[in-house]
Design a protein. Structure first.
Lengths: 346, 346, 346, 346
């Protein structure tokens, strides 16, 4: 039984980790960390867990937690995990960081986009980018996982095979993403009040969103060189889900069937990436509450472009579910253990 | 041209006052008061008003405002207006208070339900409860209006005629109300975040909601004696609208037609109360954005009860629209001036 | 391994049965019945099931299905199941009927409220009302289960203990219910279009809703005599969830603690009914996607009433989840098998 | 007083025409046409109009209507208006067609994208594309107006100035649009049920949406040559609103200030197009219920692209409001008459 501790367990991603781990046959939560609610019964924060979780919230003492747990999930603001990680800590517990601290290998690039100092760049090299569909083997032996961002997960899974196969012009990629509001977090901000989000849609972080360099770094691996990606997210009046619509110029004369074959080849054996049938578009509701990423492509002969589409649940495959998937790989379990969540239809 | 000042113009009710007054042919806003945003252009708070309002927000100096304005709307937290009202102020400007400060005539009762000291109970007698359908003549000569609460407006309009006619047992009234989330205000609270309100419904203030004594006081006028009302509001995932479903035991052998006749008699000449055709139920969308209150009744022979239903837009007839209706009456204008807002269908 | 067949598998309750049974360790779906989509791959109807369900939809041949399955779920319109049930059928397969056909023991009463002829009243006596918290022992040996309606499930669980203990006046019960829109079914009707339901709330079936006699029949068992209940449902802009707010006059001098003790005594050992802590109100989101019913009570000394509140997911505990709970009891499995679904927090 | 007739008055765009015209000081509705509801009181279809519209629905007899009305609005499916227009009809009444029948000047191109025969191509030359910000002078003398589509209105207003100024590469334009669900119409289709649209987002009409050629034709005027545009709409869980996010490669070395100057030059005197302040993004809620189009641009130096953003209310500026704007221009009224609708804030 894997003993798991969660720092930041009362945020939306943290709560989703709890929801998933409660039904995981080989893991047990030993630490419900929450700086804001220390001492308060966890089930008082979310009534969902009444009679399911009896424990009270603990503080964020990672030193003590490293003794109590086999694996620590940090579902915390940027900068927290990087400030705590040490050789000693990693020798005592594995760390899966849901923040961006170890996703970007170049500390200067991280500091430029996040406007925050990186205190422990010496671990950037060791940290493994936890997208199992790309890095499964590296994850197996890792002590420190940089769990991918929600937009990068959906964007990279949608675009990677076409980029890798050389079907598209690397610098022509434009990613227009639509996200549910859990992505904005649980902080008490006027802009995230019900009445400010309901019945409206808006872009945000236009040209400056922090997930841009992360997407670029991963797609660069497919392109074999550095690339620049245009990325624009939009806030949608729904709780969960990310839809990515990505556009790129076709780089060669290729059919939709050939492109779909590249996707099927890459994802055919993957449990959690579903290449939809020809002509079907991803919808976020069909992955809701699950760890699936649904992807598909459409060639537009008229314009010479490829349209790549993907859908995930932003707090499952885009956060907590992927973190558990990484945990499963790190601890040698069946990768889908505890993650066979069937999406709701409505 | 009536010069109007608004204290609390950046809250939801305040912004709705602005929306309505901008199209009012006989009124002009001279003071956009906002303690939180003093000095900031008003249109920066709500992009709706871009190019429509050029003014910046002013502070809440009611002394100065009383010189600049003919009428002051206070869309402020409980206690504010009561702390500012004085003989001198009322001699210089009329005041329409959208808070609860002057709605309950008994200061002790106010203090009991609101847990707040009333600093100026000497004005309770003068203040007129601003429900024009009940108090039109008193409003005409008033200097100080207690603009009704949103739930009381909808509840009283729905129940009054049946109570007045003696058709129902006074102490049997149970009011179950459903409210959109603008009713919770624009404060940055976790419980009002999009993801906490969307896809859920809950009761609140069960047995203790502060609108209870206000409803009781008004319905007592119909009953001719003090009464106790059961009132329970619920938070609904929508921005605007209140629906009231009220239940009472029939006190006499009366037909639905006779009861409907009492409603038609009371409201037949009213512009803003619509007695729906037999068998139709009120829906909040059919009054959305307008000053209408839609009401109807249904007799249940099987149980011996009368079901009274009403719908309003909580920030129009339940707040800003009613405040403007009161202003129109106070200044001798056509009562519907500036309020001929046709409800949207969708 | 229990072989399960579903008639009406493409409606919302049918699809939820599929979602639940796919993860049930001791059951397997052998028949995806759908009159509308016969021959079409089931996963084409709901993309959620892509790569999870390979089967195509079959017709509604219950004769053939009775040979293929150990248990048949009928998630069908009123009248269907009653027209198919026979001694021969029940001797070959157990039937769990999600329609109202066998819920009301008096055929005349059924025909009066449903305006439909009952073709097989001879099975009304045998059919067991499948609310395990009331009828567990009867369910164990049953061949034919009348799976309760969504409103009755929530209403009866909320009111039963207080009624049974004699704390409330039997004929004073008023139930005001709020339901998500899955309750309206998947038929293509204008009134259920997104734009007609979003941003509005309305009552429906006022004084005439068909779940009224079902609620009365069950609560009559608690009261020890026939009773009349006032029941009014409302349509809420959300997919899932029912909230019940029930009002009754206190029949004796009793404290909230004593009443809560009666609830705890009845539900203390129940897996799926959670009596919330004192002062907490049920919210539908805290049971979303799960088989839980959350209940609580509040005494109002001022009015002499008891307020009883309950929340369920209407298509889980109110339909498919309860059906599986019944199946588990009928087949001697752990009652919670396949139903340990943790509610989402957001 | 202009006498206006509406064919298709019970659809969403038709009802919005009614909402707007009821408050228009110089127009009066003389014909509420509805094939589906002929003979039924109009206010029974939408309770919003109770006590505001007493008329019953009439049929779609355009011959008779042409005698009764000065202007006919056809808010009808594709093909209807084209099948009715004749020299005789246009000599008796002006026609504003809200369908696509006369938007595309090349009948073959219309027939290719709409898969429908065009019966009266002889009027394509006369029909004026009713985007007043582009074609005001032509509209003044027109007898037949092709009222623009919702997506084209928002797309063209967002992109036109940059294209016209030569700032962007003509064939690089990618338009990613997000639309509220009124855009899907009021037909009873499963895919538009509340539960199928709520809590999800999806693309549709990928590479094939019929508004594509309309957008191309209008932007071609700015480019001075034929162009191909990539256009992808998405369905969003909200009633009203379209947001356009458009991407294009910069064609020259130009600053954001210079580009904004081009927008301000084109729209500075326009009542209904608001060029937002630098750094502000359009949000659909800030134009809700109004005839405004909010636009803004953002240069991305890093990628060498221009991002153009626009927001409208799809059934006001994208349909009924623009139709009334056209009527005002055609009849020599103040262009904003009846259209000074202030957007709601929430």
């Amino acid at each position: 039984m894997i003993k798991a501790g969660i720092i930041g367990s009362t945020g939306y991603a943290g709560a989703e980790l709890v929801r998933i781990l409660l039904n995981h046959p080989d893991a047990k939560i030993v630490w419900y960390g929450s700086r804001s609610f220390t001492g308060q019964p966890y089930a008082e924060i979310y009534g969902s867990f009444f009679e399911l979780v009896d424990e009270a919230c603990l503080d964020d003492n990672m030193e003590e937690l490293a003794d109590a747990a086999d694996v620590i999930f940090t579902a915390t603001p940027q900068g927290y995990c990087a400030s705590k990680v040490s050789e000693d800590l990693l020798s005592r517990a594995k760390v899966i960081d849901l923040s961006a601290d170890f996703r970007i290998k170049d500390a200067a690039r991280y500091e430029e986009w996040y406007a925050i100092h990186h205190p422990t760049p010496e671990f950037l090299g060791e940290a493994v980018y936890g997208l199992p569909e790309l890095n499964r083997d590296l994850i197996k032996g890792a002590r420190l996982i940089a769990n991918p961002g929600c937009f990068p997960t959906c964007s990279v899974l949608s675009v990677f095979p076409a980029m890798k196969a050389g079907f598209i012009e690397p610098d022509s990629v434009i990613i227009d993403a639509k996200s549910g509001t859990t992505g904005a977090g649980r902080g008490a901000k006027v802009q995230n009040l019900y009445c400010e989000v309901n019945e409206t849609v808006k872009p945000y972080g236009v040209t400056t969103h922090r997930h841009t360099p992360e997407i670029e770094d991963q797609l660069a691996k497919a392109a074999g060189r550095e690339i620049a990606v245009q990325f624009t997210p939009h806030l949608i009046p729904m709780n969960r889900g990310i839809l990515v619509t990505a556009y790129a110029r076709l780089a060669k004369d290729v059919t939709e069937q050939e492109i779909r074959a590249a996707y099927t080849e890459m994802y055919g054996d993957e449990t959690f990436v579903r290449v939809l049938p020809e002509g079907k578009v991803p919808e976020t509701r069909y992955v809701r509450g699950s760890n699936y990423a649904d992807v598909n492509v459409r060639v537009d002969r008229r314009t010479g472009r490829l349209i790549m589409m993907g859908a995930i649940d932003n707090i499952v495959k885009g956060a907590a579910g992927q973190a558990v998937q990484n945990m499963n790989v790190m601890f040698g379990l069946d990768e889908a253990e505890g993650l066979r969540l069937v999406p709701e239809c409505v």
